[in-house]
Design a protein around this ligand. Sequence first.
Ligand code: URA
Length: 229
Amino acid sequence: MVNKEFLNEEFLKSIDSIYEFSNNPISRLKISLEPNEIKSKLENLKINISQIESCNLKNNAKKLVFNDGDFNSKLMIIGEGPDQKDDEVGKPFAGDAGSLLNKMFEAINIKRENIYITNVINYRPPDDRKPTISEINRYSKFLYEHISIIDPKIIVIMGSTAMETLVGSNYKISKERGKWKDIIIKGKTYLSIITFHPSYLLRQPDQKKYSWNDLKEIKKKLDELNISF
Ligand code: URA
């Protein structure tokens, strides 16, 4: 039994919890949505994000950057936030980091258009700075909803901001990358793997060998789960 007296919003935020405590068993099953339901839920989510108020990120950005790819995909990629190019075109991973992302997945025979891509935050931060904790907290509720709508079989968490948002802030990406983790979002457990962010790999190309290991691990898991592209 969970004693709710000891759990409050403030406490859960202070430990970066994304868990929803409940006395019910955690379900790995969820009724799948029909494509038109997914579409309309995504449209609503996008509208909700666009209506965010008094947001420094939104006020400084050109476009809302929401998603790209196939919303029926079993593979969901979560990056940090839009860069300059993404902000201009309104699509995630449209610039140099995106070109590398495309190559990374092509290396395991997966085309970009067959995966689903989003970010922790949906507006480009001024000067491409890392989003603050309060910005991440503000946008994370949209991200949880986003994941729940797409309901992927595998989530690829790219970089430390996405890792901190979905796994917790007490981790080091260099230690955690390449390991399979269960994350619980809106009462459902999702299989996820953390890997280096393409922007980091552009700055530190010698780290690509670790990403290659992670990509092979992803491919292996997709094969095990009979997911083909
Ligand atoms: N573009 C994105 O959409 N996300 C990132 O994290 C970086 C660049």
